[in-house]
Design a protein around this ligand. Structure first.
Ligand code: F0G
Length: 455
């Protein structure tokens, strides 16, 4: 037996406020039953997101002191560029303030009005930037990804027949690129297989279509390839990550996840012409092409974080903790998306609260109930996140989920026990839980700021 354990020890702690149920009831009502509108101070264990919430290492903090805050040509930019080249293999890098900054730029450069962008499930910001640039996102993920009960090991795979149908219907010239994410977030952190990627590369090459990689959680995807795919059992995470990138033409990165920083991202490209355009456009939206909205110290922390993120022991402990929590929930009978994904546990709110219709926001309500029970903050990933179609109707996604997202290197196994027990308690009492009505709906990415009331 070889259990995973953290390849680090704790040097500094952040104290948390413990609250009572009566206190949380008030706080939740004030927040309009939206966990995004809670004050972080009022949260005990914060599983809202794994984005920007990781603990940096002593080396990253030391790197912060080496920030070269020159407006142009910062030493830290060249360090970051060198790390992106060696770890991921992409030739050019344009830093951005975070992932969506890179999505904006690539969408503006590559998408023309009327274009179709196929992808392995939408992500909120990614799709919005594609739409704002005049394109339309088309989902080409395999059907299993939309089925919370399917145990298929690579639910992030692209269905090449669905892709081919789009090519036949619209013509390859209408498809600037395939938007391929590793560790598909909205499906539950589900991986794409190397085999599928190779087939995608061969197909897109034949049709002259590029592949742009959302590499936000590429190392976690690599871990599942190492665990599940034949031929990769003995390959290192670093090797697998680089191979994944080699089948793509460029990438957008939210370094706030895998790369273990609190802020930062980049656009990576292999094509020089695209890079020239991107490094010009970034000046309009983010900043000069050698800082892109970041301080020099942020780029330094990112460069160091990228290297730490592909360490085998790190990723085994990171995903190991998520799997530990998921298995506990399964033992308690809580319905979750299987297989357990890389960055969190996704509770199936349709199965948890089958008596609440989807337009009464069952996942939104469940996230509120978990907070009331224990001060654990989770988030909705269902109909509220999915938003409205360009014609104004709600998207009704098949998956109606509550995400328990685990920050990297932040919480202990004892925290995981407390979280699972809370989910189990709410599950016991599920029949008493009712739906919500939306009383305030923002125009963009409504899940962040919408307000609800009890029905
Ligand atoms: N792509 C994926 C797959 C993401 O999960 C995110 C962010 C982004 C792009 C955008 O990056 O936030 O740096 O601008 N996901 C966060 C989350 C917000 O909670 O899942 P960003």
């Amino acid at each position: 037996m070889h259990s995973w354990a953290e390849p680090y020890k704790i040097k500094m702690v952040e104290l948390l406020k413990m609250t009572t149920k009566a206190y949380r009831k008030k706080a939740m009502a004030m927040a309009g039953y939206n966990t995004f509108l809670l004050r972080s101070e009022d949260v005990y264990i914060d599983l809202l997101t794994d984005s920007g919430t990781s603990a940096m290492s002593d080396r990253q903090w030391a790197g912060m002191m080496l920030g070269d805050e020159a407006y142009a040509g910062s030493r830290n930019f060249y360090h970051l560029e060198e790390v992106v080249r060696t770890v991921y293999g992409y030739k050019y890098v344009v830093p951005t303030h975070q992932g969506r900054g890179a999505e904006n730029i690539i969408s503006k450069i590559m998408i023309k009005k009327g274009d179709i962008i196929p992808g392995n499930m939408y992500f909120t910001t990614t799709r919005l930037h594609q739409e704002l640039a005049g394109g339309r996102f088309e989902d080409v993920v395999i059907d299993e990804a939309h089925d919370a009960e399917s145990h298929f090991p690579f639910k992030g795979n692209i269905d090449l027949i669905k892709l081919h149908k789009l090519v036949v219907k619209y013509g390859a010239e209408k498809i600037p690129y395939v938007s391929m994410a590793t560790s598909v977030n909205m499906a539950g952190g589900q991986p794409i297989s190397m085999q599928n990627l190779k087939e995608l590369r061969a197909y897109t090459k034949k049709h002259g279509i590029k592949v742009i990689h959302d590499m936000t959680r590429v190392a976690e995807n690599a871990f599942f390839i190492q665990q599940r795919e034949k031929g990769y059992e003995k390959k290192s995470i670093a090797h697998i990550v680089k191979e994944i990138c080699s089948y793509t033409d460029g990438a957008t990165m939210s370094a706030k996840k895998d790369a273990l920083v609190n802020i930062g991202g980049f656009l990576a490209l292999n094509d020089q012409e695209l890079y020239d355009e991107a490094s010009n456009l970034v000046v309009v939206y983010e900043g000069l092409h050698t800082y892109g909205g970041l301080a020099g110290r942020d780029m330094e922390a990112m460069a160091i974080g990228i290297k730490e993120s592909v360490d085998d022991d790190h990723i085994r402990a990171r995903v190991g903790q998520v799997i530990y929590l998921g298995n506990k929930m399964v033992d308690y009978g809580v319905p979750i998306v299987m297989p357990i994904g890389g960055h969190g546990i996704f509770v199936d709110a349709k199965k948890f609260l089958p008596h609440i219709p989807q337009d009464q926001f069952p996942a939104q309500r469940l996230a509120a109930e978990i907070y009331l029970d224990s001060g654990v903050r989770t988030m909705e990933r269902g109909i509220v996140s999915a938003g409205r179609k360009p014609n104004g109707e709600h998207y009704y996604p098949k998956l109606e989920l509550v995400r328990f997202t685990i920050p990297r290197r932040v919480y202990t196994q004892a925290h995981m026990d407390v979280i699972a027990e809370s989910a189990a308690r709410v599950f016991e009492d599920r029949k008493k839980i009712k739906g919500l009505k939306m009383v305030l709906e923002p125009k963009y990415l409504r899940f962040f700021q919408a307000r609800f009331d009890l029905v």
